[in-house]
Ligand binder design. Structure first.
Ligand SMILES: *[C@@H]1O[C@H](CO)[C@@H](O)[C@H](O)[C@H]1NC(C)=O
Ligand SMILES: *[C@@H]1O[C@H](CO)[C@@H](O)[C@H](O)[C@H]1NC(C)=O
Ligand SMILES: *[C@@H]1O[C@H](CO)[C@@H](O)[C@H](O)[C@H]1NC(C)=O
Ligand SMILES: *[C@@H]1O[C@H](CO)[C@@H](O)[C@H](O)[C@H]1NC(C)=O
Ligand SMILES: *[C@@H]1O[C@H](CO)[C@@H](O)[C@H](O)[C@H]1NC(C)=O
Ligand SMILES: *[C@@H]1O[C@H](CO)[C@@H](O)[C@H](O)[C@H]1NC(C)=O
Ligand SMILES: *[C@@H]1O[C@H](CO)[C@@H](O)[C@H](O)[C@H]1NC(C)=O
Ligand SMILES: *[C@@H]1O[C@H](CO)[C@@H](O)[C@H](O)[C@H]1NC(C)=O
Ligand SMILES: *[C@@H]1O[C@H](CO)[C@@H](O)[C@H](O)[C@H]1NC(C)=O
Length: 550
């Protein structure tokens, strides 16, 4: 304020400017703190919006390589050539496009076909540990133990002077970058779908990291003046509030952990894969008051590597572990997603159900109309166009890792629902957390309008109309699901979609399957039924069984 006054007084502007920066005093020289465009802004002209998703003929592999300042070239014992432990951090992995794909290739849009709509759900970017996590408390315990003359040696020697430097729950700089980069990427891919004549509504939740993520994305997509292009709708995320982007908060058995069947599997697996490391570390701790270092401590140390890296750029904790132990860490996430938010949990489908109901509504352009016992969204918001518009070609929603995984579960993607043993990582599993919901994960459903049906079998060089399109049939609309820039073959889970090389599904077929998926969630019984935590392995279809017994 003082600095402002000094300059304002020097240039003779009235102090009124301080309260109304948009209306500079016309008799004064420009206000140096005014960042909206003024008379000296120079000439500019906007170019045409790109539409790379529609025009890109080269889609065989992800071509997007973000600027990455993090130190990720560490020497890890047992690391294979080209391996990188940052791909093994599950939901704590910094964002990167899924390098392996989901079992099909990506195909360029056939000539004559148009992308007419996209539905995107985006996770927040890299963040500090949340208040509920054990990380900060564990750090304090470690630091306190030094006051009891605990001494660390060998690989752990750095702990004698280590300090906890992380914040809580908000985005790190890396997280901001991930969302900004994604906004830029999606503008390249879909910018043309935006009609500058009408603002769109994008939705996020009330949590700080959710707002920060949405804002950074929108700055990337539209630029810093994004508020003239989009209105951000902020839905309350708190226990008991209906929120389709945070479905756990409105589902009692998710809130009270009755659906968390994965915890048991995680405890069992943790004791197996960290036994060696725990023994190793115990030999490096001495002093008059020994810290009783357990498997949980080892796990917290491993988690600290992920958090410090995305917040500080480098972490001494990372190299304490072998490649095999990092593979074990990755599997912890997969067990959690499967058992608590996927097909292994009685609330797996229910937590993500609201998104499915809203997706059908947006695709069919009417308000959501599921059965009365399956309302998984906020009706007040979803029954008026000011908060649930039906005329957009671009829908941007922001959510969380677990809830997004449940959305994919609610969409009936059984290919991510294969049973995972708690005794060893299932080697050929499709459920790999860092491929599905890493930091800044995103999935996009494209709606593609084609003049004729597109052949299920495609060849890479078949670019001409005759080879790509069926000889018969009229205009046909498809949906194409991309998770972290790679196509998810819908036919793998939804048989009616067929075995298509491109993984797409005819729109009507897809919607019909999704209506059936609403029933499969068994929402009322799964979320509000009186049952106790099922044993791991008892639930295999993401819902409390319709016949009411386990
Ligand atoms: C120090 O050790 C004592 C005795 O084991 C224990 O009660 C106390 O909590 C320890 N203090 C810290 C700061 O760890
Ligand atoms: C949707 O309809 C509303 C109400 O008519 C209008 O204000 C808004 O600009 C439209 N949005 C788009 C994206 O066309
Ligand atoms: C955002 O809105 C402004 C003001 O209407 C417009 O000039 C600009 O072109 C829009 N941005 C995009 C990317 O269309
Ligand atoms: C639904 O949203 C409205 C508007 O934000 C809010 O006032 C109301 O409390 C919400 N209801 C539930 C059940 O979440
Ligand atoms: C633990 O050590 C044993 C014996 O050296 C080894 O065979 C095993 O692979 C190790 N396990 C892990 C998870 O590192
Ligand atoms: C140390 O922790 C282990 C595992 O929790 C426990 O079995 C053991 O009794 C503890 N030892 C001491 C001395 O507290
Ligand atoms: C909130 O969700 C519950 C449970 O599905 C439903 O009964 C209720 O009508 C919903 N309320 C609103 C305002 O959406
Ligand atoms: C695709 O868009 C072009 C240009 O707007 C239009 O001429 C054509 O009819 C559209 N094709 C389909 C299948 O909708
Ligand atoms: C749930 O069921 C248990 C066992 O049948 C019973 O003791 C308990 O009172 C029930 N709770 C509610 C809220 O109905």
């Amino acid at each position: 304020m003082l600095v402002f006054c000094v300059i304002a007084c020097l240039v003779g502007a009235s102090l009124q400017t301080e309260n109304n920066l948009d209306v500079p005093n016309p008799t004064s020289v420009p206000d140096y703190f005014q960042t909206t465009y003024g008379p000296f802004a120079g000439a500019t002209k906007a170019g045409e919006a790109p539409f790379l998703a529609q025009t890109n003929p080269v889609l065989h592999e992800p071509t997007y390589v973000p600027n990455a300042p993090l130190v990720t070239t560490l020497s890890i014992s047992g690391q294979p050539r080209g391996g990188n432990i940052f791909a093994l951090m599950g939901t704590l992995s910094p964002y990167r496009a899924n390098p392996d794909g989901f079992g099909v290739d990506e195909y360029a849009l056939p000539p004559g076909a148009n992308i007419t709509q996209i539905h995107m759900v985006h996770r927040h970017g890299a963040r500090y540990p949340t208040s509920g996590s054990a990380t900060a408390e564990w750090a304090q315990k470690l630091i306190d133990s030094r006051k009891n003359r605990t001494v660390f040696s060998g690989d752990l020697a750095f702990l004698n002077s280590w300090d906890y430097k992380l914040g809580e729950a908000e985005l790190t700089a890396r997280g901001r970058q991930e969302l900004f980069d994604s906004g830029v990427l999606h503008f390249f891919n879909y910018g043309k779908l935006y009609n500058a004549a009408s603002k769109i509504i994008a939705r996020t939740t009330t949590m700080v990291r959710m707002l920060q993520s949405a804002e950074n994305f929108l700055i990337g997509f539209f630029g810093p003046a994004w508020t003239s292009n989009a209105t951000l709708e902020v839905i309350v995320e708190s226990d008991g509030f209906n929120n389709s982007l945070a479905g756990n908060k409105m589902c009692e058995n998710a809130n009270n952990d009755n659906g968390a069947t994965g915890d048991e599997a995680m405890d069992a697996w943790r004791a197996v894969y960290l036994r060696n490391a725990t023994e190793r570390f115990r030999r490096q701790i001495s002093g008059s008051s020994n810290l009783n270092w357990t498997v949980e401590d080892t796990y917290n140390a491993q988690t600290m590597c992920s958090y410090e890296t995305v917040a500080l750029g480098y972490s001494s904790f990372c190299m304490l572990f072998t490649w095999e132990e990092w593979e074990g860490f990755a599997y912890m996430t997969d067990l959690k997603l499967y058992g608590n938010y996927g097909m292994g949990s009685p609330v797996g489908r229910s937590i993500g159900l609201g998104f499915v109901e809203e997706l059908i509504a947006r695709l069919e352009r009417h308000f959501p109309d599921p059965p009365e016992d399956s309302i998984a969204f906020n009706r007040t918001l979803d029954e008026q166009t000011s908060t649930f518009p039906l005329n957009q070609s671009i829908y941007f929603d922001f959510s969380h890792d677990n809830e997004m995984f449940s959305m994919l579960t609610a969409l009936g993607l059984t290919q991510f629902g294969q049973f995972l043993p708690a005794t060893h990582p299932s080697p050929k599993r499709a459920l790999v957390g860092s491929h599905i919901v890493p930091f800044a994960a995103r999935f996009v459903i494209e709606v593609i309008h084609a003049p004729r049906p597109i052949r299920a079998t495609r060849t890479r060089n078949g670019r001409t109309l005759d080879s790509v399109y069926e000889d018969r049939g009229g205009e046909t609309t498809y949906v194409h699901l991309l998770v972290n820039q790679r196509t998810v073959p819908l036919g793998r889970s939804i048989a009616a979609c067929g075995r298509r090389d491109d993984g797409w599904c005819e729109l009507g077929t897809f919607i019909q399957a999704q209506r059936y998926n609403i029933e499969k969630a068994n929402y009322e019984a799964s979320c509000f039924g009186n049952y106790s935590l099922p044993a791991y392995g008892e639930i295999r279809d993401g819902a409390f069984p319709r016949n009411g017994t386990l």
